[in-house]
Each structure stands twice: as structure tokens, then as C-alpha cells.
Write a new protein. Structure first.
Length: 178
């Protein structure tokens, strides 16, 4: 599980911008789902981000799974966004709620969301996969793609106790990058 304390290195101003970004993106996603809009979501002000996001296309299955939790967490952040409660970079509960909203949005959009000044890989496309198997007798890949954009972060991991003769266990299998 990622450490929400990576957010604690941000000053109050940068953290405020980041929380407002996540809150706005969560709001846009929830509105889009309510309206059943098919077009990609447009990111709100991205000046708080390190790196660049690709157009935001929600994975509807993932969005359905996280919708209730995203609504709950959006309410947790609301008083901070509305400047009713001051943002304190040492407030662990706030950092955990903020990081959880981020992780949910990252899962829905398949992209990493990182704020300027934060110590983690920059924002952008993210492809992750993992396989846990006792044994592999054929071909298994955590991530298999024909083409991955040059700015994407790709992570794949395979854990297995045994690869049988003729079997292949591959973390990342990509035909073309770029």
C-alpha cells in the first residue's frame, strides 16, 4: 500500500491545490457517471501536477466498483476545499483520505497522479499487472500489450513457485513502445 505521507512533504499551498484537483476530478467523474456521458473527462486545472495526464478515459467497471467510496471520500474533503477547515500537511487523516481519493482516481483512469514537489513518479499513463500462480505450464504475462505510449509507466510482476518445461512467466511483454 502506498504511503500517504508522500503528500506530507508538500507545503500547505501545494497540498491545497492537490486536494482541490482531486476533489474536482472526483466530482467530474461522478457527474459524468450520473449523466452517462461517453466522452473522456477533461482534467480540471492541472498546474498542481508533476508530469502530464493523457486524456482521462474512465474504466467503467472500475468506476462502478469505487463509486460509493469516492462519494464518501469526496465529502470528507469538502470542508477543506471550501476553506472551512484549514489544510494541515501534518493531519494524517486528511493525508490518508487525499491519498485514497488519488488511488481510486488512478485506478479509474489508469494514470498516476503526482503533485509538484512530491517524491514519487510523475503523473501520466500507468499500466500495472501482476500474476500469482503456483505453477506455469504455458504462457503467462502480468502485462501483455501490442503498443504502449512512450510516456507510460509500465509495471508487471509474476510470482510463481514453478515454471514447467516449455512454460513462460513474463512480467511485461510489449511489442512496441512509442
Amino acid at each position: 500500500m502506498p504511503d500517504p505521507l508522500t503528500l506530507s512533504v508538500l507545503g500547505a499551498t501545494a497540498l491545497t491545490e492537490g486536494i482541490k484537483f482531486l476533489y474536482s476530478q472526483a466530482t467530474e467523474l461522478l457527474k459524468q457517471r450520473r449523466e452517462r456521458a461517453a466522452k473522456p473527462a477533461k482534467p480540471v486545472d492541472t498546474t498542481a501536477l508533476a508530469g502530464e495526464l493523457e486524456p482521462l478515459e474512465a474504466d467503467d467497471d472500475v468506476a462502478s466498483q469505487v463509486e460509493a467510496e469516492l462519494k464518501r471520500l469526496r465529502h470528507v474533503l469538502q470542508d477543506y476545499v471550501d476553506d472551512i477547515v484549514p489544510i494541515d500537511p501534518k493531519d494524517r487523516e486528511l493525508l490518508e483520505a487525499t491519498d485514497e481519493v488519488r488511488r481510486l482516481l488512478e485506478a479509474v483512469y489508469g494514470q498516476r497522479i503526482t503533485f509538484r514537489g512530491e517524491h514519487r513518479p510523475e503523473s501520466g499513463p500507468l499500466v500495472q499487472g501482476s500474476v500469482d500462480a503456483l505453477e506455469v505450464a504455458g504462457y503467462v504475462a502480468a502485462v501483455r500489450a501490442k503498443t504502449v505510449g512512450g510516456s507510460a509507466t509500465v509495471q508487471g510482476a509474476v510470482r510463481t513457485e514453478e515454471v514447467k518445461e516449455g512454460g513462460q512467466a513474463i512480467g511485461v511483454d510489449i511489442d512496441r513502445i512509442g
